[in-house]
Design a protein around this ligand. Structure first.
Ligand code: NIG
Ligand code: FE
Length: 412
């Protein structure tokens, strides 16, 4: 069965399949075809081009999308979408003057979510989480990385990762799983961090490996959480199980986490709200991609990742939501693309590249997702009628989406 879209106003992000990320100046180029066709065969992109090169075949279901734009689905490479309950009380506490750090110091924050998750069954956790994932798909997300890190005991971390595995099995979108046992130090081990690191290294990692529950490993490398030495210990242990690092660095303090990530061949270094020249230098000529999370900056009122120096230094940049109950309770990639343009001075072309092909790269999925390329998965967004793709970030907070197709099937 093949589906043929005709009269596409703009077909965005048309690339050779071999192109896996874009960096520096190339980020300002968003290849596209005006008045285009796109043929989908099964779950795969079969062909595309300008309308005047189209040959219609008998087997085609033909859909005329005059006035509408088609682009690849968003690739959200950093989320904590599996969590229990919410933290709307802390939201109100922050409105009333407490900072994110104050709340964490009082035993709220990540430890609050961990407490709620401890008391939530695996099936309830799955139900809460899959509902959120399904909402994200309607908002155009076609590939999603999900982290553990609200368990903080072996059983609860395994519970989270099993829920992520179940989402992988039951959702049509691409899911990647990251083990983030080193997200916070649980109360029980607050006087003895080494004890908790031992638990991660000698108990959690072997169990996770046994059940093949993770693709990546993450550490919250930050003052008051995990130091450079702690981070290195976890990354070394995870490397024995072939877990590639994707790490939280430079959210509040810059102290060498970026260089450490590069040294350990991290796929990505994420957050980077606080960034210095050494960090930028460390990233040059490496395969580690920086990831910005502007939803977190927006929600917490902290600085935005300095996109301009990163891109103007020739580096790639990806955008992700960081969807989590504490610092970024939204997984809407359309809004993230707007924020990147409005607050980080990225052009619409740069922001769309960062949220598609570079997002896919940051989760090791850009061979299949992130661009309109022959042979890649037919996961696409069909927009409402728009004058140009610039309207996607321009109408911030608006939903530009008419329909979403995942692997060749329309989302209801
Ligand atoms: O990426 N920074 C650490 N982890 C999350 C926040 C987690 C939380 O507050 O629950 C983040 O912002
Ligand atoms: Fe995060």
């Amino acid at each position: 069965m093949s589906t043929l879209f005709i009269h596409i106003k703009e077909l965005l992000q048309t690339r050779e399949k071999a192109e896996l990320k874009v960096m520096g100046k190339s980020m300002s180029e968003l290849p596209h075809i005006k008045n285009a066709f796109l043929r989908i065969n099964g779950d795969t992109i079969h062909s595309f081009g300008p309308m005047d090169e189209l040959v219609v075949e008998d087997s085609d279901e033909v859909i005329d999308v005059t006035g509408k734009i088609i682009l690849p689905t968003w690739c959200d490479s950093h989320s904590h979408v599996v969590y229990a309950g919410d933290r709307s009380q802390e939201f109100v506490d922050r409105i009333n003057g407490l900072s994110y750090e104050d709340i964490a110091a009082k035993g709220g924050g990540i430890l609050n979510s961990a407490q709620t998750l401890q008391n939530t069954s695996e099936s309830a956790l799955y139900q809460q989480s899959i509902k959120r994932v399904n909402e994200l798909v309607k908002l155009g997300t076609g590939a999603l990385e999900i982290k553990s890190g609200y368990g903080l005991t072996t059983d609860a971390e395994l519970k989270m990762l099993r829920v992520i595995k179940k989402i992988k099995e039951n959702s049509a979108i691409k899911i990647k799983a990251t083990f983030l046992g080193a997200h916070a130090i649980p109360k029980k081990h607050s006087d003895n961090k080494k004890e908790y690191l031992d638990l991660i290294i000698n108990h959690m990692l072997p169990e996770i490996h046994k059940e093949q529950l993770a693709d990546f490993v993450d550490v919250f490398c930050e003052k008051g959480y995990f130091s450079l030495e702690d981070t290195e210990q976890v990354l070394n242990a995870a490397a024995k199980y072939d877990l590639i690092p994707k790490i939280h660095v430079n959210q509040f303090n810059a102290f060498g986490g970026v260089a450490l990530g590069v040294k350990h061949k991290a796929l990505s270094v994420d957050h980077l709200e606080v960034l210095n020249n050494e960090d930028i230098e460390a990233l040059k000529n490496t395969d580690t991609i920086p990831v910005a999370l502007p939803g977190c900056s927006f929600f917490l009122g902290i600085p935005y990742t300095p996109a301009r120096p990163l891109i103007d230094s020739g580096l790639p940049l990806a955008l992700a939501t960081d969807f989590n109950p504490g610092s970024a309770p939204s997984g809407n990639m359309n809004f993230i693309v707007s924020l990147a343009c409005i607050k980080m001075k990225m052009s619409p072309e740069e922001a769309i590249n960062a949220a598609t092909i570079n997002g896919a790269f940051a989760m090791n999925a850009s061979k299949e997702y992130g661009s309109i390329s022959i042979g890649k998965k037919a996961s696409i967004i069909i927009t409402k009628e728009l004058t140009s793709y610039r309207q996607i970030p321009y109408h911030f907070g608006n939903n530009p989406i008419y329909k979403v197709m995942i692997n060749g099937v329309f989302v209801e």
